[in-house]
Design a protein. Structure first.
Lengths: 130, 130
DNA sequence: TGAATAGATGAACGCATACTCATATATTAT
DNA sequence: ATAATATATGAGTATGCGTTCATCTATTCA
């Protein structure tokens, strides 16, 4: 650690703290279980994308089926531009896919994981999907 | 919608677009399926908390058991202050809980949903937990 | 061909937030 | 009581991001 700290280990019923010594066994044990920084960053991106209310509502809509941009904009009462920007974010992170039909772009969820994350999250906040 | 837009509906095999008219059936259908703004905000908070690499690594560590602040700081090679700030965020959103034992604070995950979100996320990025 | 429309996108503004630094609080040891 | 330790926290700074506004491309219609 870099500031203000010591080091603790469980030792039967008592907790031993010491600043200078590091307990290699615990550290090693811990370090096996840490996801590395790259994985953490990669993972954080998915959650980051799902951490915006507008994007969640888009996902909520798309969980029911394919929709075009202006349907979404209308349903959420947001500008086409705002929706389009958000859809790009969702596209870039592979959470949604789309197909072009004339000048209409139809969007849909790309992955079941997204839906699972969404419903698990809803579960967590104590709501259930309609 | 507020800018640049029309309105589309699936109509058998053809898609009808019209700007001024709103198709009440589709809108109504959609609006039943939208999570409301409050729910979206509430849900976004959980994902927001899980959208930071440092917090994810903390969660990763705590998924293996109870740890004190300086254990975490040491394992992640971050300052005690930074960890403490992040733990407060995790505490305030009920993702972790803690107990005080003397001057040592032992933290652990508060909820199985957290772990489920974490592992589902890892699944999504194609990693599996060690 | 020219007008209208669906959507995409760059710039800019405002707000949120992760970390650092300094310091405060609470507990243990001497 | 005094010193040391474990953690918490406020202020400040830098970075990231969501939305708006203006504009651009591509497609359809007249």
């Amino acid at each position: 650690m870099k500031a203000g700290g010591g080091k603790h280990t469980r030792n039967a019923e008592e907790y031993v703290c010491d600043v200078q010594c590091i307990h290699p066994d615990l550290v090693e044990e811990l370090e096996k279980n840490i996801i590395d920084g790259d994985t953490a960053s990669e993972l954080s991106q998915i959650f980051r994308v799902m951490s915006d209310p507008s994007r969640l509502r888009i996902i909520s809509l798309l969980s029911k089926g394919e929709l075009c941009v202006c349907d979404i904009a209308d349903a959420l009462n947001m500008t086409q531009s705002a929706i389009s920007h958000q859809l790009r974010v969702l596209r870039n992170t592979q959470l949604v896919k789309f197909r072009k039909e004339g000048r209409v772009a139809w969007y849909s969820l790309d992955d079941d994981h997204v839906l699972k994350l969404f419903t698990t999250g809803l579960d967590h906040v104590g709501h259930t999907e309609p």
